[in-house]
Design a protein around this ligand. Structure first.
Ligand code: GDP
Ligand code: MG
Length: 300
């Protein structure tokens, strides 16, 4: 007989770029599974974050933001987001309440309505706005008639997050857990390690860094002394970009490596030896191979 106390299910977190989806998932999971940055478009693939809430296994799907796609890569990301959202048990729409209902958000609302899906609404970044503005925004959004419930949260401070997860967990279907109880993510260590380095790249280079930079883990070796040797290649599109990533006398890449290594050691709780290489690889945005690696559809 099925165990009536256990529940499990998927919650897809959707929203415009930069509203705080990755920050929220990391907070819910309690460790970093998705990279966060002040720059838009840092989440390229869907990330599953997993949390046990009592006897309920809550599986979050983090998404690249939903926005009007221009390039092939953008189209693939948006398509992946929607197919993920439509398969999920629950949809949580996250709004940046400092931005209100902008074009990106409006197009998500339209799409939800077309799909005939109900969703939960969370107004994020409440640490940045005043109460009256918040209530006004909540009212405006609820006029769309799409939301079962509205939450006001700060993914950054954690305000309101426990209440949100409590409600979402209680609505998931009764059923067996889908992952081992102690698993936090379905992201392979190699991919997560590459994402961490990519995040440092964004954080340290900001404006100078090409949107097209990517990182791959080539070697992951668990060594006898308990440490891990990781070799990664940072791919850029042009020699000038390579020079920026390396920096004068390799200063920049050293700083990158130091920051990435520190975080990798915290996440994997192991000593890490990290080796970074930079290569020029033109136009990877049109390479079907990369899309497969990320689980994206090249022809979206
Ligand atoms: P995503 O693109 O939706 O995944 O957004 P991220 O999680 O990468 O966050 C985008 C930016 O918003 C980052 O700089 C976060 O630190 C910031 N952020 C996220 N949540 C909050 C919040 O509740 N309050 C504040 N003040 N900043 C937040
Ligand atoms: Mg993100």
């Amino acid at each position: 007989m099925e165990d009536q106390t256990k529940r499990a299910g998927f919650i897809s977190i959707v929203g415009a770029p930069n509203v705080g989806k990755s920050t929220l998932i990391n907070r819910l999971v309690g460790t970093k599974v998705s990279i966060v940055s002040p720059k838009v478009q840092t989440t390229r693939t869907r990330v599953l974050g997993i949390r046990m809430e009592g006897a309920t296994q809550v599986i979050f799907v983090d998404n690249p933001g939903i926005f009007a796609p221009r390039r092939r890569l953008d189209r693939a990301m948006v398509a992946a987001t929607w197919s993920g959202a439509e398969d999920a048990d629950e949809i949580l729409l996250l709004i940046d309440c400092t931005r209100g209902i902008d074009g990106d958000t409006r197009s998500i609302l339209v799409r939800l309505r077309e799909a005939g899906r109900k969703a939960y609404l969370a107004l994020n970044k409440i640490d940045l706005v005043k109460k009256p503005r918040l209530l006004e925004l909540s009212q405006d959004l609820n006029e769309f008639g799409l939301f079962d419930e509205t939450f006001m949260i700060s993914a950054e401070t954690g305000d309101g997050v426990d209440e949100l997860i409590g409600v979402l967990a209680s609505r998931l279907p009764v059923g067996e857990w889908l992952f081992p109880e102690d698993q936090l993510s379905d992201m392979p260590s190699r991919l997560l390690a590459a994402e961490i380095t990519r995040e440092k790249l964004y954080l340290q280079l900001r404006q100078e860094l090409p949107y097209a930079a990517t990182v791959e883990t080539d070697v992951w070796t668990n060594q006898d002394d308990g440490s891990v040797r990781i070799e990664q290649t940072l791919y850029v599109e042009r020699p000038t970009q390579k020079a920026i990533v390396l920096g004068k006398r390799g200063k920049q890449i050293k700083a990158l490596g130091a920051a990435a290594r520190q975080e990798l050691e915290e996440i994997f709780e192991k000593r890490i030896h990290l080796f970074l290489f930079v290569k020029v690889r033109g136009k990877w945005g049109d390479d079907p191979e990369r899309y497969r690696d990320w689980g994206l559809d090249f022809n979206a």
